[in-house]
Design a protein around this ligand. Structure first.
Ligand SMILES: [Zn+2]
Length: 160
């Protein structure tokens, strides 16, 4: 069955809301359309976030459900989508601002579990020299984000 033609206002709403903050389900309910219709139109428009549900898991992470059954942590999904990779258990994603629910790409950096533990320990001890050197273990596209965070961390610790 062909759906009812989308109005310009609906297309604009879809474009503005098809993000990590608003699920397909929310958009579908707001517009009175099916989730599938939302997916299809978003795909046609080249919009990239594609999940049905978004919820907070028991550890405080945002979990998204893709398609009918695939569950993922949102921060890992956002990172994979941005850089076109598939993460394994050997890659951790660290939230620079330490807010587990702030999953904008600027807040996410990838590292090994061991380096992730080291980083948290360095932050805890305010080990400035080690933190300065830490960017060497990051991927090139994560370095600018890390440097920006480090500057704000220095300010917060009164180090200039
Ligand atoms: Zn972390």
């Amino acid at each position: 069955m062909a759906g009812v033609r989308w109005t310009d206002a609906e297309l604009k709403f879809l474009e503005e809301n098809y993000t990590s903050k608003n699920s397909c389900k929310y958009i579908a309910e707001t517009l009175g359309r099916s989730i599938r219709a939302v997916y299809t139109m978003a795909d046609r428009m080249g919009l990239s976030v594609q999940w049905e549900y978004r919820r907070i898991d028991k550890d405080g992470y945002v979990e998204v459900v893709l398609g009918s059954s695939v569950k993922k942590k949102e921060h890992r999904y956002v990172y994979e989508q941005e850089y076109g990779i598939v993460l394994s258990g050997y890659e951790h994603i660290h939230h620079l601002d330490e807010d587990k629910q702030n999953n904008v790409i600027e807040n996410l950096v990838m590292m090994s579990p061991a380096n992730h533990n080291r980083l948290h320990a360095m932050i805890e001890r305010k080990d400035i020299e080690a933190l300065r050197k830490f960017e060497a273990v990051l991927l090139y596209h994560d370095v600018p984000k890390y440097q920006k965070w480090l500057n704000s961390f220095f300010l917060q610790c009164d180090i200039v």
